[in-house]
Design a protein around this ligand. Structure first.
Ligand SMILES: [Fe+2]
Length: 223
């Protein structure tokens, strides 16, 4: 049995997450400040527990072809030290789709990798930390997460949520439990997001992601 402290490169990635949620501004929002604090507190308990690791089989998905560029771009942005830490473990990540029914166009252009959570590789019950990778020009259809409060931290690329704003590396976006959101990605660069989910252990134990019933179909990439 190996524990987190036996996996220093993974521990450094989690240390980078801690820094992002500790140093990043809440922009004056009490809700975002509270979310940041909850992520830090839950992560701090993981560091203290030095949990058992549950190694997962490295698994690629088609979008992983964009990961190198995404990490390179993240390395030139405000979260460059996270990019360097990720560069050390990027060949160990287990990329997944998470949906039972995934539109074919999206299967080519999207995947996520959990770093910490009930399914490992770093075991935690009340927090999930991971990465989402989206190819250029992707539309990630409308979805929500019941009972889960989610934040996205932008590492690379330019993207929008609900057509409300364009987010650059360093931005933190809070999606409250059940809030519908739809992502679009610019056509020049892939989008790499770090994300955090906080919820009860019972909620995080089940993986039931689904798109909104009226979700628009992802559009084809620009010709
Ligand atoms: Fe989401």
């Amino acid at each position: 049995m190996t524990r987190l402290r036996d996996w220093p490169d993974w521990r450094y990635v989690l240390t980078e997450f801690d820094g992002i949620y500790r140093r990043g501004s809440a922009g004056g929002s009490a809700a975002i400040r509270s979310h940041q604090r909850q992520v830090r507190e839950r992560l701090s308990r993981v560091f203290q527990a030095n949990p058992e690791m549950l190694p997962t089989e490295p698994t690629a998905k088609p979008v992983v072809a964009h990961l190198g560029r995404a990490i390179d771009l993240a390395g030139t942005g405000p979260l460059a030290s996270m990019a360097k830490a990720l560069d050390r473990i990027d060949d160990q990540l287990s990329w997944a789709w998470g949906y039972d029914h995934l539109p074919k166009a999206l299967a080519e252009r999207y995947a996520y990798a959990e770093l910490l959570g009930p399914r490992g590789p770093v075991i935690a019950t009340d927090l999930i930390l991971g990465l989402v990778l989206l190819a250029p020009s992707t539309v990630y259809p409308q979805h929500s997460h019941d009972g889960i409060e989610e934040s996205y931290v932008s590492l690379a690329g330019a993207w929008s949520e609900n057509d409300a704003a364009v987010y650059a590396p360093g931005s933190l976006i809070l999606n409250r439990a059940g809030q519908q959101h739809r992502l679009t990605v610019g056509d020049r660069a892939p989008c790499l997001l770090a994300y955090a989910w906080i919820a009860t252990p019972e909620r995080l134990a089940k993986l039931d992601m689904h798109f909104a019933k009226s979700a628009p179909k992802p559009r084809a990439p620009h010709a």
